[in-house]
Design a protein around this ligand. Structure first.
Ligand SMILES: Cc1cc2nc3c(=O)[nH]c(=O)nc-3n(C[C@H](O)[C@H](O)[C@H](O)COP(=O)(O)OP(=O)(O)OC[C@H]3O[C@@H](n4cnc5c(N)ncnc54)[C@H](O)[C@@H]3O)c2cc1C
Length: 370
């Protein structure tokens, strides 16, 4: 008999959500997180309807709704004119909540379910032995081997375990550099605004507590608060205040997919399986839909004493490819553009925002079908 039903390597949002879904159905789950402390990096903020459905299943949807900010809609602007507007709300709500709070709610839920995250616990290696997986784990006491019926690899985009398994990691499309900063909003509202300007994208999203996240594409050095403020002013005519001591953070938006997600009893999920550009805010939500799809298959396989997870790899690859196509489109709309390109994309955005197509545009940006 293996020591555990399932071991999850990585307590990011995806590993934790899967842990909640399995533990709530009585599975014995060990969730290993290499760090001792909570991850306070503010990355994901957007929670889309498929993500919210997964959070509901995990038992934290109400808490996320209570703390999150429900967006009323989104607007696309260029050269001082509004090109398109979409409305959110029932039945397809979109929320913002900084990732550290989402993590905290999932962690608390796991503790209540009796499967707290094992912190300071690094998964070093894993190999399949008959009908179980042997997993080598390091903690303050040294290293030891433990076993499980399945290992879930949710150790993020730079997954060492993926590399150890020899799984191919293929780039999809182009990458681009962006900078972002979260600052107090002097006139808070609940509308996301995208400015597709000839000099490059400026976008801003309301956050709970009267703050706003600003994101800018097409960076120059040195990337500091003065440059960021000037870029927003020059491109949009808007003045933003960046309090002293706050520095914009840079990130690279890139896209990759693992060659395969299922390797016998070892499964990749979340960013370890697919990197989705942050532009469009889909990566964490897509990882949650992976977890939601995977959990009944795992529970069924555990009941049957089997190792097959029918359809999981194919369906996940399709959803990841679809999300990447959407993100690639959003990235193209925010690149610096010649006058000719700018005129073309403004016409396209107007068309997508027009009455006959607006419903489809709302579905696209709220991750319908993923
Ligand atoms: C700037 C930015 C903005 C974003 N905005 C959004 C957004 O609005 N909406 C959205 O849906 N997505 C967004 N994303 C993407 C989102 O942050 C990721 O998709 C999400 O964090 C992936 O979750 P994960 O659990 O798969 O991996 P991670 O969050 O990377 O978690 C992996 C965990 O595994 C741990 N770990 C690593 N190796 C080991 C090991 N060997 N043993 C044990 N533990 C290990 C790590 O310490 C980490 O805690 C954004 C990303 C960025 C960079």
């Amino acid at each position: 008999m293996p020591d555990h039903d399932v071991i999850i390597a990585g307590a990011g949002p995806v590993g934790m959500l899967l842990g909640c879904l399995l533990a709530a159905h009585g599975a014995d789950v060990l969730i290993c997180e290499r760090h001792e402390d909570a991850d306070d990096r503010t990355r994901a903020i957007g929670v889309h309807p498929p993500g919210l459905a997964a959070l509901d299943d995990a038992g934290v949807g109400d808490a996320v709704r209570a703390e999150g900010l429900a967006l009323e809609g989104g607007e696309v602007h260029a050269r001082g004119r509004m090109l398109a507007a979409v409305r959110f709300g029932a039945p397809r709500p979109v929320l913002t909540l900084p990732q550290p709070r989402t993590h905290a709610l999932l962690r608390e839920r796991l503790t209540r379910l009796g499967s707290p995250v094992a912190t300071g616990c690094r998964v070093l290696a894993a190999w399949q032995q008959g009908d179980q997986v042997r997993v080598r784990i390091a903690d303050t006491a040294g290293w030891q081997d433990t076993t499980a019926s399945f290992l879930m690899v949710a150790d993020g985009v730079r997954s060492k375990l993926r590399r150890m398994l020899g799984v191919g990691w293929h780039a999809r499309g182009r990458s681009a550099r962006y900078a972002m900063v979260d600052v107090p909003d002097p006139a808070p509202d609940a509308v996301a605004r995208l400015h597709c300007e000839p000099a490059g994208l400026v976008e801003s999203f309301p956050l709970p507590g009267g703050a706003r996240r600003w994101v800018v594409r097409e960076l120059v050095e040195p990337l500091d608060a003065d440059w960021f403020r000037e870029a927003v002013l020059h491109r949009t005519g808007m003045r933003i205040e960046i309090p002293a001591g706050i520095r914009p953070a840079e990130f690279v938006a890139a896209q990759h997919r693992a060659q395969r997600t299922v390797h016998g009893r070892i499964v990749l999920l979340g960013d370890a399986a697919h990197e989705i550009s942050p532009i469009g805010g889909q990566g964490m939500n897509l990882g949650w839909t992976d977890a939601r799809r995977l959990s009944p298959l795992l529970l069924d396989a555990l009941r049957r004493g089997a190792s097959d997870l029918p359809g999981y790899d194919r369906r996940t690859a399709r959803a990841a490819a679809d999300a990447q196509r959407r993100s690639a489109f959003y990235m193209r709309m925010g690149a610096a553009a010649t006058p000719f390109e700018q005129a073309g994309r403004e016409a396209l955005i107007r068309m997508l925002g027009s009455a006959p197509l607006r419903g489809r545009a709302e579905n696209l940006v709220t991750m319908a079908g993923l």
